[in-house]
Every structure is written in C-alpha cells, then in structure tokens.
Write a protein that binds this ligand. Structure first.
Ligand code: H79
Length: 509
C-alpha cells in the first residue's frame, strides 16, 4: 500500500488556521439542477470576447494633449455634454463588418461575445426607442447590435451577450452628478423614471436580438444603486428570459476588483474579477476574469502596451485551471475595425485553440493545489477522467514528475498530434518521459487518462478544538478532498516521517 508522507511538527500545529468557505447562490430561488442547466453553455464555453465600443473610439484616448484616456474619457477629461454629444454626428464606422468580427471571435476559439450595448457615457449601440442618444442618430444609422445578432446566427457557435452600464453620465434622470458637471440640472430628475428607462431598454435588448446569453451589468457601485434595485433588476431580466445569465454587478455584492460576491444574499450568477485572476480556484463558484489586451478597454491609439500572445494563452490556461472563464477585450477603432495588434493576438490564440481547445472547453478546476511547471485542467468522462497537464516550463531533464496522484494511469499523450508519452507510475508518483524539446514553448498540453475521478492528496489540514495551547492539545488531521487510499503517517518531534512512523487513526493528543 503506497503511503503519503507528511511532516507534522509542533510548529505546524501552532500555525494552524481554520477557515470556512461560502458558496454563491442567486437571490432568486432556483433548484440547483435547474441552475446547472442554465449555466451549462457558459461553463462549457470558458472563453469569450469582450468588446468596448462607442463614441469614445473617436477621440481614441486623446484629449487636449493628454493621451491616456479610454472609455472613461468623458469623465476623466471632464468633457461637457454638448462637446461630447458632437461625436454622435461623427460616428460613422464605414468599415464595420459584423460577420468579420464574429468570425474573428470564433476563429480565436471564443464561444461568446459581450459587447457594450451602453457604457457609462450613456451612448447606445442599437436603435433604441427610449433615447436619441444612440447609433440611429449618427450618420452611420445602422443597428450594430442587430447586425451582430444576425452574424452570430449565420456563423453559429458564438453567443451574443450585452454589457449594459447602470451608471449613466448622460441621462437626465440618473440622479447623481460628477462634481464638475454643470450642464445636467438635477431639478426635475427622477430616479424611478431612470429605472423604468433601464428596464425598457433591457426589454428591447433581451427580446429583439435573438437568443442573448448574458447580461453583464457594470457601474453598480455608485450610491445611486441599491441592493433592492439589484435584486429587482435581476428578477426582472430573468422574468423576461428565464434562462439568461446575469453577472454579479447587477447587485451590490461585489468585493472590489477581485470581483467575487461575499454573501448569498446578493443577486448575480457569477463573479467578475476585473484585470486580475484569483490566486486559487473557488470550488462551487462561477466566475469570469475580464481583461484588456493592452491598458485600455476602449480604443486608445497611443496605447501600444499589449500583452504577448504567450501571456494571454497562459492566462487562459491559468483561469481554466481555477475553474473560471476568460473574457478578453477588444477596443475597436472608430472606423469599425479591430486594432491590428488585437487581430494578431486573436490569430495566435486561435492557432493554439484549434489544437488544444479540448483542454479548455468544458473542463473544470485542477485537482492539484500547486503545480510549479504549469497548470492542470480536468474532464470527467464517467468511468475515466482526463487530466490535461499544461506545461509552461519544460523540464530540462525531460522528466515531468507529479506526486500524490492516487489513480491508475492508463494512457498519456500529447494533445496536439497525439504522440504517446511514456510514463511510469510508482505508488502515488507519476513520471512522464517528455520529448527533449517542448513541441509548443508557450503551452504543450499532455493528456493523462486515469481510472475514475481524480484522487489527489493534498497537504493535510490540521484542526484543533482549542485556541490556546496549555500543556496538551487534541488535534485532528484530514486530507482536503478526502483521504481515499492514502495512509497518513506523522511525527511530532520535528523529524521527517517515514514508512515506519505512526499511522494516523483519529484525533491525537
Ligand atoms: O467597462 C470597463 C471599465 O470601463 C469599467 N469596467 C470594465 C469592464 C470600469 N469602471 N470602473 N472601473 C472599471 C474602475 C473603477 C474602480 C472603482 Fe471601485 C470604482 C474603484 C472604486 C470605485 C471597484 C468598484 C472597486 C470598488 C468599487
């Protein structure tokens, strides 16, 4: 019987920490099986395209000599309403081609597109009955969201979703003003009327544009918006389309840029880390990291600080290995085209995804807590499972060693091309004999097929029932995720445990 060996020292006992986890549940009561069904396509998708497009693409990040603006330009450069409104008459993206956009997303391996129906500036990318501050008032006139909806339907495999800002710097009834705003009087502004406006627009978006996948709210943090508003809006959009998925920014439960909801009291189906990736996976929680390719969401012609394709691909694997989705942003130009740097990166990502997509789509978080050489995703196939080893740092020895894996390994091979990888399983340790050079220096995926569900042994958790150490203390040991076949042996004198050390059988003094 193989044995997992761990050192249990007095220091270890005293340094213990206890924690509890909280699961996220929607404000609307919904049987878990129904929720799983509703979330199924989104969990399978793992990778989507964010698009930030609006009037701010025209100044392209530049105003009065400063060049570091993005979609927040109206706020950051304190542009008067009347001045900003002039962009409406200039918005004419004649090179816009909805099918080309959807095709680029699809070719990159993305399964959904989240586009700004309305950003904080209040400008609407569709022909809305509720406002003239929309694309129908521009020289372009065409309904951009309608064309994208048609393109998604025609091309297939990419779901259309909308980002819709709650915060609105343009609508007279959004009863909050920036300190410098002088041209939007508060007199007569009516908060309740703004919420009606919001709902009527959302009804247009959810009912007139085909099968919308996600409503992605934002700008909820301002005092204007309340928890009661959040729950009400969540229930409202679910009543319009029961299977729609709604992000957690519909309500007030988001914990800063880390993006996760703190309590099940708040509405929202998934957490939204922004420009960051959680340190570890979050079991039982749905989340999506959204990120820019450079430093801005909206187009900025001077921002050439693009992440490399390698970085983006590794972020995708990192996120998948923690059970999350990756929503990667494009800020199209005012002429309707994507920046060339973005096109290049989408193409690189697509090339990798065509060969390795199986290791991303429909996978779940790594059963391992830490793998220094890369990341792991997994897929359960009933009686067997596949582990996908995403190798970032190719071992110089050619030998990849993975410990504390309980399962029988039946097969190992390179995902791209299928070449067999010789392996040896000794006890709970697996050695993979890799080719001498990495076939893909960015991320070579090795598939390891195992019997059953992954059984991986983690560093034991030490629990004590008392917070103060006097002369004796009772402690219990457990393996996170279950002990399975593992035998726990321990020492209390600081020496390394061996096969002859005491076997843990229950709480000890
Ligand atoms: O649309 C993109 C940005 O324009 C928008 N979200 C992405 C997807 C965005 N709005 N604001 N920010 C990003 C940054 C704002 C951060 C803060 Fe806060 C608002 C800091 C304090 C108030 C976040 C929300 C942290 C606490 C509340």
């Amino acid at each position: 019987m193989p044995t997992a060996l761990y050192r249990l020292t007095l220091a270890g006992i005293l340094a213990l920490t206890l924690y509890t986890g909280a699961a996220q549940t929607p404000a609307i009561t919904e049987p878990p099986a129904q929720r799983d069904q509703r979330m199924a396509w989104w969990r399978e998708a793992r990778f989507g395209m964010f698009i930030h497009w609006g009037l701010y693409a025209i100044p392209a990040g530049e105003w009065n000599g400063a060049t570091n603006y993005g979609e927040w330009i109206r706020h950051s450069a304190q542009i008067p309403l009347e001045t900003y409104d002039r962009f409406v008459h200039q918005f004419n993206p004649t090179a816009f081609n909805a099918e080309a956009w959807v095709q680029m997303a699809k070719d990159a391996g993305m399964k959904y597109i989240v586009i700004t129906s309305k950003h904080h500036d209040g400008f609407c990318l569709w022909d809305s009955k509720e406002t003239d501050f929309d694309v129908a008032s521009t020289p372009f006139r065409r309904d951009i969201l309608k064309e994208l909806a048609d393109a998604c339907r025609k091309i297939g495999g990419v779901k259309l979703c909308f980002y819709h800002s709650i915060m609105d710097w343009h609508h007279p009834d959004y009863t909050l003003r920036r300190g410098w705003e002088t041209d939007r009087p508060l007199a007569g502004a009516d908060r309740a009327r703004f919420i009606i406006y919001l709902k009527k627009q959302l009804k247009e978006l959810v009912t007139n544009y085909g099968d919308i996948g996600v409503l992605w709210f934002d700008g909820e943090w301002e005092e204007f918006w309340t928890h009661a508003d959040g729950k009400d809006l969540y229930n409202y959009v679910r009543s319009l389309k029961p299977d729609i998925i709604v992000n957690n920014r519909v309500d007030k439960g988001r914990g800063g840029m880390a993006g996760m909801t703190s309590s099940s009291e708040y509405a929202g189906d998934f957490g939204t880390p922004e420009q960051e990736i959680p340190e570890t996976g979050l079991p039982g929680v749905d989340w999506e990291s959204c990120m820019t390719m450079n430093d801005n969401w909206g187009y900025n012609k001077n921002d050439l600080h693009f992440k490399t394709s390698e970085d983006l691909l590794r972020k995708l694997a990192d996120i998948a290995s923690k059970g999350g989705n990756f929503l990667l942003n494009i800020g199209p130009k005012a002429d309707g085209t994507f920046p060339q740097q973005s096109i290049d990166r989408l193409r690189d990502i697509g090339a990798w995804m065509r060969l390795n997509g199986e290791s991303i789509y429909g996978t779940s978080a790594s059963p391992f807590h830490h793998t220094a050489w890369g990341r792991v995703t997994q897929k359960n196939l009933g009686k067997t499972s596949r582990l996908y080893f995403h190798v970032f740092d190719w071992p110089k020895s050619g030998l990849l060693e993975v410990h504390n894996l309980g399962n029988t390994v039946t097969k190992a091979y390179l995902l791209a091309g299928g070449q067999a990888v010789p392996f040896r399983k000794k006890g709970f340790s697996l050695s993979l004999q890799l080719p001498s050079a990495a076939p893909d220096p960015i991320n070579t995926v090795i598939v390891v097929e195992i019997k059953g569900a992954p059984e991986v042994f983690h560093t034991p958790q030490i629990e004590a029932y008392h917070t103060e150490f006097i002369s004796t203390m009772e402690v219990a040991l457990s393996l996170p995720g279950g002990q399975g076949k593992a035998v726990l042996r321990y020492t209390t004198d600081g020496t390394a445990p061996g096969p002859k050390s005491s076997v843990y059988r229950g709480p000890l003094i």
